[in-house]
Design a protein around this ligand. Structure first.
Ligand code: DSN
Length: 413
């Protein structure tokens, strides 16, 4: 990658970017929410668009000189609506959390009731965690997952009837089963609630038609663009036409000032890429790879929350090994695999220590890993966990990870 100008101006930053590139090239990325964008997406994000103020929306801006910005933002909106079959898209949210915040602002007043998945069961901070704006300013009731790692829809229904929330949120940061959006809408309708589907994790699978779509069920759909969708870091809100004005107003002037038009251009490029047949193949391979990884880990004697995954991620349940998520995530890093510690249902450990590790396949699939590679990854992970105190064994495992990285180079041209 060309860092010629940064190197001249700021060698410290150039060195750090170079080192980060090498880290990404030489490690197996299993953080379920990360991916590797195309160079085209990166070019858009590193373009002159970063210079432009464009508060407002296309053709209704507070600054002059927005002709090209309007073209770019409208393309991003149109591509998002077409890909996800929704009426309206606001592509300005800086992140998924801000996308969710805007839906809260557009639909509720502080103190109103929300029903969402509990964070420790796989929900997201911005769905009502007590330490987040959502939990601080709204009255949040939560549902979780059962012993099979699945949402108990009857439990959600009972809670909805009991609490009568204004908004029900479905969608998660750590859920490995298919989400039944139709059932959620039926529950929401039964209690007069609106439905928000946060598809941040599964957006790429939904775009490829490999996970049921929330379109036609959820009045609001939020997503990040950098996970399985493989775009730049950022968020998008989509909604039924009748809520379009309220959503736009909540994003600006409600929450944000000037939109990041360089990132919006990156989102537009990623949305175009996601509509191509190659992306469908990619998304299908993500799922095949996740299943191969889960099967490989179970074959090695490890437990997966809920057993076989149905999407791109899974949580390794370490309880029977007597090891913690925190320690084992560090051991995996030592052998060249990046993942994050995660709570498991009824976790005896604190959220900072945890008994689980979340693993996902979008990033490795981008660099070309196939099922047989995932079986080798599963063996490396299991050996690392079972021989975490044996430095020689860990050195050998590091070498095996490196071999896989060399087999599937990343950003090598
Ligand atoms: N932090 C993200 C994740 O890792 O799933 C969610 O926003």
């Amino acid at each position: 990658m060309n860092l010629e100008n940064i190197r001249k101006t700021d060698p410290q930053i150039a060195d750090a970017i170079d080192a980060e590139l090498k880290r990404q090239q030489n490690t197996i990325e299993l953080i379920a929410s990360e991916n590797c964008t195309s160079l085209a997406v990166m070019e858009a994000c590193g373009s002159v668009l970063t210079n432009k103020y464009a508060e407002g929306k296309p053709h209704k801006r507070y600054y002059n000189g927005c002709e090209q910005i309007d073209i770019i933002e409208e393309l991003a909106q149109k591509r998002a609506c077409e890909l996800f079959k929704m009426d309206h898209a606001n592509v300005q949210p800086h992140s998924g959390a801000q996308a969710n915040m805007a839906v809260f602002m557009a639909t509720m007043k502080p103190g109103d009731k929300v029903l969402s998945m509990d964070l420790s069961n796989g929900g997201h901070l911005s769905h009502g965690s007590p330490v987040n704006f959502s939990g601080l300013y709204f009255d949040v009731k939560s549902y979780g997952i059962n012993e099979y790692g699945e949402i108990d829809y009857e439990d959600v229904r009972q809670k909805a009837i009991e609490h009568k929330p204004k908004l029900i949120i479905c969608g998660a940061s750590n859920y490995s089963k298919i989400i039944d959006f139709k059932k959620f809408r039926e529950i929401a309708d039964e209690v007069g609630a609106l439905l928000l589907a946060d598809i941040a994790h599964i957006a790429g699978l939904v775009a490829a038609g490999l996970h049921p779509s929330p379109a036609g069920y959820a009045q609001f759909v939020t997503t990040t663009t950098h996970k399985s969708l493989r775009g730049p870091r950022g968020g998008i809100i989509m909604c039924d036409e009748q809520y379009a004005a309220a959503i736009d107003k909540a994003v600006f002037p409600g929450m944000q000032g000037g939109p990041l038009e360089h990132i919006i251009a990156g989102k537009a490029v990623a949305l175009l890429e996601a509509a191509k047949p190659e992306f469908k193949e990619y998304a299908s391979q993500i799922i095949k790879n996740a299943k191969a990884l889960a099967q490989g880990l179970m074959d090695e004697g490890l437990d997966i929350v809920g057993g076989m995954t149905e999407n791109h991620l899974m949580t390794l349940d370490l309880r029977k090994t007597g090891k913690t998520g925190k320690d084992m995530a560090n051991v995996l890093e030592r052998v060249g695999i990046t993942a994050n510690k995660n709570t498991v249902p009824n976790d005896p450990q604190s959220p900072f220590v945890t008994s689980g590790i979340r693993l996902g396949t979008p990033a490795v699939t981008t660099r070309g890993f196939m099922e047989e590679d995932m079986t080798e990854v599963a063996k490396i992970i299991a050996s690392a966990i079972f021989s975490s105190d044996n430095e020689t064994a860990l050195d050998n495992l590091r070498a095996r990870s490196m071999k896989l990285c060399e087999k599937h180079p990343l950003y090598s041209k």
